[in-house]
Design a protein around this ligand. Sequence first.
Ligand SMILES: Cc1ncc(COP(=O)(O)O)c(C=O)c1O
Length: 391
Amino acid sequence: MNEQPLIYLDNAATSFPKPESVYAAVDQYNRQVGAPIGRGAYRKSIGLQASIDRCRKRAAEVLGAARPEEVAFTFNGTDSLNTMIHGVLKPGDHVVTSDVEHNSVLRPLQTLKERWGLETTFIPADQSGVVDAAAFREVIRDNTRLIILNHASNVTGSIQPVNDVGEIARNAGVLFLVDAAQTVGHLPFNVSQMPVDFLACPGHKGLLGPLGTGLIYIRSELVDQVDSFRQGGTGTLSEEETQPQTLPDKFESGNHNAPGLVGLSASLEYLQERGISAIREHEQALTARLIEGLQSLPGFDLSGPKQVEDRVGVVSLISQTVEPQVLASILDENFGIQTRAGLHCAPRIHRAIQSLNSGGTLRFSPGPFTTMAEIEATIAAMQELADSFTG
Ligand SMILES: Cc1ncc(COP(=O)(O)O)c(C=O)c1O
């Protein structure tokens, strides 16, 4: 590998770097605290509990939850989605979801389909990877219990009409789960002002926390509609063998990821200070330049909406001639640019954007610490590659 500094453009998978305060908080916990959450009467454990309570409060503020208890901690976005999907759905149910979804939605649904015959309907996406909200209304049945929709695609970056779909769900008396893996921390929103019942997201992507952290938002009046997916010790009501039924304990069994959560608390504080609107503005400027620089490269097609208002900072290129994995390797080895290639665990959307035959896409996902100079270097590298393939 050459000596160029590395450029990290895989923030859609997990954000890197994290704010300095995250590294410091994790290190401080590991070296000086080491206690479990909610299980000790000694001072360090009590102090840790206060830090976790602060983390929950900050998470509720960042998401716009009405109460901190409406946020439960999980271990990643996949864990959050599984908790909700397996917790809500019962034999005889029908689910409406979309072709934009990630495998962390598709696979739990397919598992329930194979296990006890869950009925599913998938709403297709258009060529830029966006679903039509009205199409959801058409397919709701008497036994439709849940609608699941991705907030923004991890392939095309396209923002989905979650408010419109949420209204349709609410009017029909159907529960609504949003997968906010690619929007939380990138796009300002307030979940309690949206027609959203449940929201699942990782803590390690846009929220800038460590890997091994995730969150679910559960509208408090709906807690009885969701069974606990995992049962066990919560450090509360220990004399009872029945799982606590209150938020957040119902969904937080077992020793939690204390170093991850103190790191997440630090990253949430960073987000609150910098402001998600400011991050959105920064990422929009990077994305606009990336689109401008990549859209006319010979031999490539850019997928997703062209307007930055309609998307998050996830930009995918479809190569007409070269495998995306080959391109990603060359970018890494020759230019020190780290991207992701392939289907990105979201197989269905590739039919809509016509990238199945080309092996998926080459994906660039800048983050809050990406600089414009790094974007310029990426565009120049891609230009050089495109010239070498056409030349
Ligand atoms: C849209 C979407 N949903 C869910 C997930 C799963 O999140 P995690 O990697 O934290 O399990 C991802 C991860 O890339 C994603 O992009």
